[in-house]
Design a protein around this ligand. Sequence first.
Ligand SMILES: Nc1ncnc2c1ncn2[C@@H]1O[C@H](COP(=O)(O)OP(=O)(O)OP(=O)(O)O)[C@@H](O)[C@H]1O
Length: 580
Amino acid sequence: MIRRLYHLWPDPKLLARLWSLTVIQAVLQGLLLGLLVPILHAVVRQEPDIAAATPWLVLGGIGAVVYGLLAIVSDPVGYAAGGVLAAQLRKQLMRHVSTLPLGWFTAAHKARLARAVTADVGDAAHLAVVIGNPVITSTLLPATVVAIVFVADWRVAVLLCVIALVGSWTLRRAARVSAEAEIELERAAADVASRAIELGQVQPVLRAAGHAHGTPRMHAALDRHRDTYREGMDRARRPFFLYTGVVATGFVAVLALVAWLMVSERVEVATAVALLVLAARFLQPLGNLIELIGALRAMTNKITRIEEFLATPVLPVPAEPVRRIVDPHVELTGVTFTYPGGEAPALREVTIRCRAGTTTALVGPSGSGKTTVTRLVARFFDAEEGQVRIGGVDVRDLDPEVLLNDMAIIFQDVYLFDDTIENNLRLARPEATWDELREVARAARLDEVIERLPGGWNTRVGEAGAQLSGGERQRVAIARAMLKQARIVLVDEASSALDPENEAAITQAIANLGAGRDRTVIVIAHRPATLASADQVVSLDAGRVVETGTPAELLRTGGTFARISRQYERARHWRIGTVS
Ligand SMILES: Nc1ncnc2c1ncn2[C@@H]1O[C@H](COP(=O)(O)OP(=O)(O)OP(=O)(O)O)[C@@H](O)[C@H]1O
């Protein structure tokens, strides 16, 4: 555990210093106790020899002062270290995050990241200080005491070793049993949580069926949780009792042995008293260890989560990456790609050429691989076979920062910061002038949205942009891409039903985006107008390119694209018909 903690920190010097202080204190405490043997020898006799005891008493006094000073120094150092250690580890995690492939950032991984950076790191750092010290003391102090007892009487030392061995076996067992009980309890708690969510979600149905207070499944889950809790507590308590029993029985055994040694005149009274005091100091920290079991397990779980996170493979970057994109020509050649953990390839031998200054529309049924094409261009993942090139350079040879600097990605669900429209745009280029801001707002058809808003450019968009509709948020993102002067823009056009005004505005905004002479736009198109205005349409099906051509050419050939276009048109008319 101590070793794992030590290796977790990039710069463990502070931890090493802190623990060294604790090691010195624990050993010093043991040695001070050892002074009892010569002192009692000198004092516990018919005529106490104070002169013989004096040097030991002086030594003990000096030791006590040193111990006190160390305690004064180490306590504040420990508390301050908690914050410093957490900050160090957070920095290391954030550095690691910045080297992970963007494809790693799924909802589940993001939640894990948030947990690792906040709770896990803070708790691990706190526990490293608060738990590390007592664990070191509770193991080193008894070890020092045993060494001293060996000098005084080897038989008592052997007995203490036996108690320690039996105690450590019981302790391990207690830790294992309580870990198992905790897993079962977590499982039962998760079951209750999902039933509770279900209860909330299906309230109308439950009320209609007269089960407003919960389904039989819900009650069964609650019963299971209660039983698991009771059984778990019972099971976990047994080894704990056993351990306490081992420690208590151990002390009785030491008492009996020392009494026998004294009665049989194998040791003097002074030694016997010293041995009993030392045995008590040996057993007390051992007894404390059981209290630390829960905290140690919590720390192990946190460390494991942080270690797993730090072991996530990073995005490979060449030693001498290409630091310039000469022209934004995008090219996929024979690309095959399977998602990590995926069963079938999401793309198979895909070849697509998008010339600089053109707009390519990707179409195809759901799951055909359109999003995957854009993810490989943005290097969220690397292709297994084939190549993705930008300006003739393999994206794997490009500096990832250069690639992302020259690229804008407009997702279906645009995330905006809870800030003003102006600041959300300036994120792309803080130094942009007002003329530039107004120009991109016009081109992205955002100007009409801004005019309507009460605070104009200063209107706050709310949490994640909730004050704006999906279509309006996408217009902000398009304006942002224009302001960034990104030469490669990847757009996942909003597929949800938009009102006619938003629909026309987005189509126009994407067309304006593509009008930039030196800009390559790849759009996952969901609207006929976007398809019609593209320079090239690539039709995908089951991860393969099935058609490529201009919209007019593909309409004439009557293939997949023509069929999808007809479907789009029908859906459009159907929607207009129902509205009117
Ligand atoms: N993160 C992922 N992990 C595993 N498989 C994935 C992942 N994302 C997509 N897939 C799979 O890859 C295939 C292609 O998905 P992709 O999202 O590229 O299709 P799409 O054409 O964009 O679909 P849609 O129009 O529904 O967004 C699908 O079979 C999908 O299930």
